[in-house]
Design a protein around this ligand. Structure first.
Ligand code: AMP
Length: 258
């Protein structure tokens, strides 16, 4: 399947082509049509699979119409680290270059003044680490009542870093009628529980990691179909046995819905 079959706008397709991508990765192929269709998505995919574009590309099109109001971001992407948040912001620059979306990056270690100024102008996409977001919320600089698209990225790292209480608080500040996209490299029980609490009837997608399968035995392969050259496809059958925290076991009960 090519990018042109995923329902993306000509402008986004142009940006993708400018980036030099010829084919969608498995997570992009499987997630993009559902994200565009407004469904919640539970994605078991790690960094390196192309998962960032799997939510950034459709979000650009979905947010293209409409305007952000002062201090009321239209979408929110939560990242566990400053580095990941910065990379996602860079992706909006690259893929959104033919659009006029406004983004703001709220991460620790940067000036509050600049971040507040951006919020005051209105942002379409807010990319934040949980702590800094709550800081600004506590100062009355931000309202999340108009935030109808939420991405929780790298959920298992959020758990490792002790951010889950912050994430739960933030999700409680968003409208109930929202679209939620939830990504995690692994799916231990605690993460699965959170996903169940945050998502509504999600499409579940699990893809293989980008490294060679032999380096990471136990990764889920079931949903991994077409791939660009060099991208992992099917692993040997013997490797399909999931690890304790892998996605395959967690998803097996709903695999047919993915
Ligand atoms: P991510 O998993 O989102 O961190 O992406 C990993 C890397 O894959 C990034 O450097 C992207 O620029 C690159 N990438 C994303 N989508 C594609 C694609 N369809 N074809 C080739 N490279 C891609």
């Amino acid at each position: 399947m090519g990018f042109s079959e995923l329902g993306l706008s000509p402008e986004v397709l142009q940006a993708v082509s400018d980036a030099g991508y010829t084919n969608p990765t498995p997570i992009q192929e499987q997630a993009i049509p559902h994200v565009k269709g407004g469904r919640d998505v539970l994605g078991c995919a790690q960094t390196g699979t192309g998962k960032t574009a799997s939510f950034v590309l459709p979000m650009i099109d979905m947010l293209a119409a409409g305007r952000a109001r002062v201090r009321m971001p239209r979408s929110l992407i939560l990242e566990p680290t400053r580095e990941l948040a910065t990379q996602v912001a860079a992706s909006f620059e690259i893929y959104g270059k033919h659009h006029r979306l406004t983004t703001a990056l709220l991460i620790g270690g940067e000036s509050f003044v600049d971040q507040e100024r951006k919020l005051d102008r209105g942002v379409d996409v807010l990319i934040a680490t949980p702590g800094r977001l709550l800081d600004l919320y506590g100062r009355g600089k931000i309202l999340l009542s108009d935030t109808h698209i939420l991405v929780i990225d790298e959920a298992d790292r959020m758990l490792d870093m002790g951010f889950i209480p912050d994430v739960e608080r933030i999700v409680g500040l968003l409208p109930e009628t929202r679209q939620t996209l939830f990504f995690s490299a692994t799916m231990p029980a605690e993460i699965r529980k959170l996903a169940d609490a945050f998502l509504r009837d999600p499409v579940e997608i699990a893809v293989a990691p980008p490294a060679s399968p032999s380096a990471t035995p136990g990764w889920p392969q079931a949903s991994c179909r077409a791939a660009r050259s060099g991208w992992p496809t099917e692993a040997p059958t013997a490797r399909r046995r999931p690890t304790r925290n892998g996605c395959a076991r967690s998803f097996s009960r709903t695999a047919s819905r993915a």
